[in-house]
Design a protein around this ligand. Structure first.
Ligand code: IPE
Ligand code: IPE
Ligand code: MG
Ligand code: MG
Length: 324
């Protein structure tokens, strides 16, 4: 339902997105039945395709050419997909996009190589791009995503980590890929440097807001809405923004400390989720997300007014209020 509403916001891009969808399907095609099944399993489960959408929208600020834009949009979505397949191994997640994850439908080894395969397909696609600068941005973004995920492993169960630790981590694991989607869409379309920089910053701020909302939803949405059990982040030891605010209350801190890294019952899980949800932490985290959202919107003010800016603004508002 919610996903439908989001898709309506970018209905103008439908033909281009259909083209990208076809290319994604072709990209994950291989002679191995297993790799095919596992990759298509995730691809066909849907997903918001927000990164290709940002590539296309950014392209509207230059010479809009789908043939050029898809050369970055397809690899970016593939990189995202590969990182999800790997992420679900790291997070030991059973469900993604309402379906069993690759690691749970098959196993960790299959997921490892499926992720690698999808990433390799992204690299193959990237060879079509001639600009070294674009290669450089893509590689650096990928390095940062890896660093973000590794830091997340290092920071697991550390209830005493700082807000800065958290913000730096989500910048790497999420915000930079969205930021690069905007920047690359601009660059392949030949916008001027200033426009590309505003779009890059817009993507970065939106990306931060997006991950913070994702971390809030883990406590506020239902298992069904999330397509996975609420509170999964905490169960897996990932300390996110709502926890960082909630831990300031000594009673909650004690509860978190006692249950962190424990094999807890489903009732306990729901109790923790309820405690966080009804605490002030959720509103505080929302305020942080809104601060990033405002910064993102400010970047749009520097861009020429038009349908693309308008759609970006609408998507930004939607992300701020999304429920899935
Ligand atoms: C999920 O990203 C991982 C995060 C960065 C929060 P999306 O929410 O964009 O995932 P899909 O592609 O729509 O499933
Ligand atoms: C986002 O991290 C995944 C990547 C950026 C690779 P999360 O672990 O928070 O995302 P979900 O909740 O599994 O989608
Ligand atoms: Mg993760
Ligand atoms: Mg995860």
């Amino acid at each position: 339902m919610e996903k439908m509403k989001l898709k309506l916001l970018y209905s103008d891009l439908k033909p281009e997105l259909e083209l990208i969808e076809k290319e994604l399907e072709q990209a994950v095609d291989s002679e191995s039945l297993l790799l095919n099944d596992a990759s298509l399993h995730l691809l066909q489960a849907g997903g918001k395709r927000i990164r290709p959408v940002f590539v296309l929208l950014a392209g509207k600020f230059g010479n809009y050419d789908v043939e050029l834009l898809k050369r970055v949009a397809v690899p970016l979505e593939l990189i995202h997909m590969a990182s999800l397949v790997h992420d679900d191994v790291i997070d030991d997640s059973e469900i993604r996009r309402g379906r069993p994850t690759v690691k749970s439908e098959w196993n960790n080894s299959v997921a490892m190589y499926t992720g690698d395969f999808i990433l390799a397909r992204a690299l193959e696609r990237i060879t079509e791009i001639e600009s070294p600068r674009i290669h450089d941005i893509l590689s650096k973004t990928l390095i940062e995503v890896c660093r973000g995920e590794i830091i997340q492993i290092e920071h697991k169960y550390r209830l005493d980590q700082s807000m800065r630790d958290y913000l730096r981590r989500i910048k790497r694991k999420t915000a930079l890929l969205i930021s690069s989607s905007c920047e690359l869409g601009a660059l392949v379309s030949g916008t001027d440097e200033k426009t590309a920089a505003h779009l890059r910053r817009f993507g970065y701020f939106i990306g931060m807001s997006f991950q913070i909302i994702d971390d809030i939803l883990d406590f506020t949405a239902s298992d069904q809405e999330l397509g996975k059990p609420a509170g999964s982040d905490f169960i897996q030891g990932n300390i996110t923004l709502p926890i960082l605010y909630a831990r300031r209350d000594p009673l909650i801190y004690q509860m978190l400390r006692e249950n962190l890294n424990q094999d807890i019952s489903d009732e306990k899980r729901l109790e923790i989720v309820r405690t966080i949800r009804t605490s002030a932490a959720v509103d505080e985290a929302k305020r942080m997300s809104e601060r990033y959202l405002e910064k993102a919107l400010k970047e749009l003010d520097y861009l020429p007014k038009g349908p693309a800016t308008k759609t970006m603004r609408k998507i930004a508002f939607f992300i701020g209020k999304r429920k899935f």
